[in-house]
Design a protein around this ligand. Structure first.
Ligand code: PLP
Length: 376
């Protein structure tokens, strides 16, 4: 028996379109804006769009440096980018050095213990690429605390030299909010440590960092979300091109009278006569159940022929009900397509409707859709 054609929309019910040309254009735009080399952060399956196609397209366009979260993701990126520098953000799990050697991956070292473990692994004569050193300037999550980093930097022939550090980096905690005074403090703390290790290339900017005033670009930037079309300047027009579009098919249309309860547990009640449509997509596809629209909470929406159609009741595993009463006459038909991500339903709007952020919408994109890649 033949498996279902991965592109056959009628076999799937929902189609995810991923525009790799837009991805590459976004990467170029960020590099030009920074005036320095831009890497690409492709952790979490390239924020849900697929690590192999994303890395292939970006490497072909000239991207030489990638960041992933885990060694397993690094191995996948390595297969399609044999020459690239691939940094693993989560760094060294105890005893993992040989995996880095085997796949020519570079750990992002985030503590003194990791520095020591890597330095002694190098002393065994292992052939490895340079590592990165992560300095924590705000988050208290990963990285050497900045003061500790400064002390190590001053020991000229110490562990930093022994570990062969090829990149010094830190990560913003709130760069999407340009009014947050924490940004300036992080910029200053990182400048101090970068000045103490002037021979090591440095990297500070994530997506939103590209749009902060008074932030140096150093030698490398590390955008993720904005590459995939997310808005790095929330509340302002999005400078990025959309990369992801999601469409689902209507399977049924019906009319209900005032007082009708709809969906699991009847959590939504019609306030008047309404036209409802049921679409082929649900939480098993990665659409958050928190997008449910009940009598007491607002939720997500779909676009039908340009009209915004709010969800009705709870998001189920494979289905969502939408209110198509306000859609243009005749648009709501069995077999018609509605947009879940696209147009005014950008990643930020979809995230807000589901009480989360666009990042989580992207990284949860399901495996069940027909996936159509443009520009492959
Ligand atoms: C995820 C991540 C990035 C990318 O952040 P975006 O906000 O998606 O651009 C950059 N640096 C580090 C350390 C990260 O963990």
């Amino acid at each position: 028996m033949m498996p279902a054609d991965p592109l056959d929309p009628v076999a799937h019910g929902a189609t995810l379109t991923i525009d790799l040309d837009a991805l590459v254009a976004n990467w170029r735009l960020l590099g030009e804006r920074a005036g320095t080399e831009a890497s690409a952060v492709v952790k979490a399956d390239a924020y849900g769009i697929g690590i192999e196609p994303a890395v292939t397209a970006l490497a072909r366009a000239g991207c030489r440096t990638f960041f992933v979260a885990h060694v397993s993701e690094g191995i996948r990126a390595r297969k399609v980018a044999p020459e690239a520098t691939i940094y693993v953000l989560n760094g060294l799990l105890p005893g993992s050095c040989d995996r880095y050697a085997e796949h020519a991956l570079s750990p992002v070292l985030g503590s003194h213990e990791e520095l020591l473990e890597w330095a002694s692994f190098r002393q065994t004569g292992a052939k490895v690429r340079p590592a990165a050193l992560h300095v924590d300037t705000a988050m208290n999550r990963l990285g050497l605390w900045a003061g500790e980093g400064l002390n190590l930097a001053r020991e000229r022939s110490g562990v930093i030299a022994a570990a062969d550090i090829g990149l010094l980096m830190s990560h913003f905690a709130s760069s999407e909010d340009e009014t947050d005074p924490a940004n300036a403090r992080q910029i200053a703390a990182f400048a101090e440590i970068a000045a103490a290790l002037p021979e090591i290339p440095a990297s500070l900017k994530n997506s939103s960092g590209h749009f902060l005033k008074d932030c140096p670009s150093y030698q490398l930037t590390r955008p993720g979300y904005a590459l995939y079309g997310g808005n790095p300047t929330p509340g302002k027009p999005n400078p990025m091109r959309p990369v992801v579009g999601l469409e689902a098919t209507i399977i049924q249309v019906r009319e209900v009278e005032a007082g009708t309860h709809v969906g699991y547990n009847g959590r939504w009640t019609a306030k008047g006569k309404r036209r409802l449509a049921t679409i082929c997509l649900g939480y098993a596809d990665g659409y958050p159940r928190n997008g449910s629209w009940t009598d007491t909470t607002t939720g997500g929406a779909a676009l039908l022929d340009g009209a915004l159609c709010p969800f009705v009741g709870t998001v189920s595993m494979d289905l969502i009900i939408i209110d198509v009463t306000e859609a243009p006459a005749g648009a709501a038909q069995r077999g018609a397509h509605v947009t879940l991500i696209g147009g005014q339903l950008d990643l930020e709007a979809v995230g807000a409707g589901a009480k989360t952020i666009g990042y989580e919408i992207l990284t949860n994109l399901g495996r069940r859709y027909a996936r159509r890649y443009l520009g492959l």
